[in-house]
Design a protein around this ligand. Structure first.
Ligand SMILES: NC(=O)c1ccc[n+]([C@@H]2O[C@H](COP(=O)([O-])OP(=O)(O)OC[C@H]3O[C@@H](n4cnc5c(N)ncnc54)[C@H](O)[C@@H]3O)[C@@H](O)[C@H]2O)c1
Length: 349
């Protein structure tokens, strides 16, 4: 794909996929030319609203289109593998929603397909990496300004009521891969791990709980009939991960917890300084005292994952968030689930 040519994109799955669609439409060098969803109502309504004539209920047909360069994969987690592999085999660049898949073994299948087509760009949709504060912090850490980052902590606890779409693929392990840990934790673990320079994970310990979901509680309205058959994932998970450079990460994630309000944020501790995200602050030592400041990011050039994906294709550059990294993040999440099941720490290959 030569720089300056208009890129033709297809979007598969029109839940969060509508955001992909609208984001591409805001980029000059891109034209969304095809949509796919098994829900014909959603498909028709998006096609009419955005004026897109090529619509499909079968993703194979969309991937087989000749006049198409790339696809966004925005379907339930268990469908990422067949669709990503199909798109790559048909010569399409891919932007894949998180998590890469429901397990590292499954995710590996996408990586193998990527390796067979090195000329194609394959990227994980890790939107938080593109925030100005994340970019600024990553740059600061890369320059060594915070020293060695040896500890990271991330938390995201939703209040009761935060279980998404009870009874759909979200709350079924064989389709989602798990609950809040793989749904939201994947974002936070990916971000903190990337900020720390993507060290190699070697060991994990985890615990999971399901105190509300199996009883029909914890979704909006927060009452319900006991319905364990529609909810077989965790509603709170916590874990620690150890890396080969001795650094560690601790994280927790909940869809439903007895907290006063939603809790969200992360913290990084380095030998020369530390940082928190949200709120964004940098802590540095000055004559034995800690000085904290929030950098002014007003004038910093922003960007987003969609512009980056398009740019990687047009300029033949490597995506910032790769499929290989998606597999490693799945290995860490899987290790937390394995450890929770075993009741002791497990190693990560
Ligand atoms: N990055 C983010 O912030 C973010 C936010 C939400 C969801 N996601 C991810 O995006 C993906 C989709 O999540 P969602 O919330 O949009 O789910 P959703 O269930 O709301 O939407 C999924 C869509 O895919 C369609 N679909 C199902 N099977 C299909 C098939 N075989 N072919 C074509 N379409 C099919 C469904 O009809 C539905 O319209 C998941 O992997 C999720 O983890 C990411």
């Amino acid at each position: 794909m030569l720089s300056g040519q208009q890129l033709r994109i297809g979007v598969i799955g029109l839940g969060i996929g509508r955001w992909h669609l609208e984001s591409y439409m805001a980029i000059d060098e891109v034209k969304v030319v095809a949509l796919c969803d098994v829900d014909t109502e959603k498909l028709q309504s998006a096609a009419t609203r955005y004026g897109i004539s090529k619509i499909f209920t079968d993703y194979n047909k969309l991937c087989e289109m000749n006049k198409l360069d790339a696809v966004s994969i925005c379907v339930p987690n268990y469908l990422h593998v067949p669709i990503a592999v199909c798109a790559l085999e048909n010569g399409k660049h891919i932007l894949c929603e998180k998590p890469l898949s429901i397990s590292p073994e499954e995710g590996q299948k996408i990586l193998e397909a990527v390796r067979k087509r090195p000329e194609l760009k394959a990227m994980m949709a890790m939107k938080f990496r593109f925030n100005k504060d994340s970019m600024y912090l990553r740059n600061l850490i890369e320059k060594g300004k915070l020293g060695d980052i040896y500890y990271g902590f991330s938390t995201y606890l939703r209040q009761l009521g935060g279980i998404p779409k009870m009874g759909t693929w979200f709350t079924k392990k064989n389709m989602s891969g798990g609950g809040p840990l793989i749904d939201n934790g994947v974002h936070f673990l990916d971000l903190i791990w990337w900020l720390m320079g993507c060290p190699k994970p070697v060991e994990a310990f985890g615990v999971t709980y399901a105190k509300f979901g199996p009883y029909g509680k914890g979704a909006r309205g927060w009452k319900g009939e006991p319905s364990p058959e529609v909810f077989d994932v965790e509603d709170l998970a916590l874990g620690t991960i150890k890396f080969d450079n001795d650094a560690s990460v601790m994280l927790d994630n909940a869809w439903a917890a007895m907290v006063e309000k939603e809790v969200i944020g992360m913290r990084l501790c380095g030998t020369k300084g530390g940082a928190t995200l949200w709120p964004f602050k940098i802590c540095l030592e000055n004559n034995g005292n800690i000085i904290s400041k929030t950098p002014d990011l007003e004038k910093m050039k922003g960007g987003n994952q969609f512009e980056h994906f398009v740019n990687c294709i047009q300029e033949d550059e490597k995506p910032l968030s790769t499929i290989e990294q998606g597999v490693t993040v799945l290995k860490m999440l899987d290790a937390i689930y394995r450890s929770a099941k075993k009741g002791k720490s497990v190693s990560i290959d």
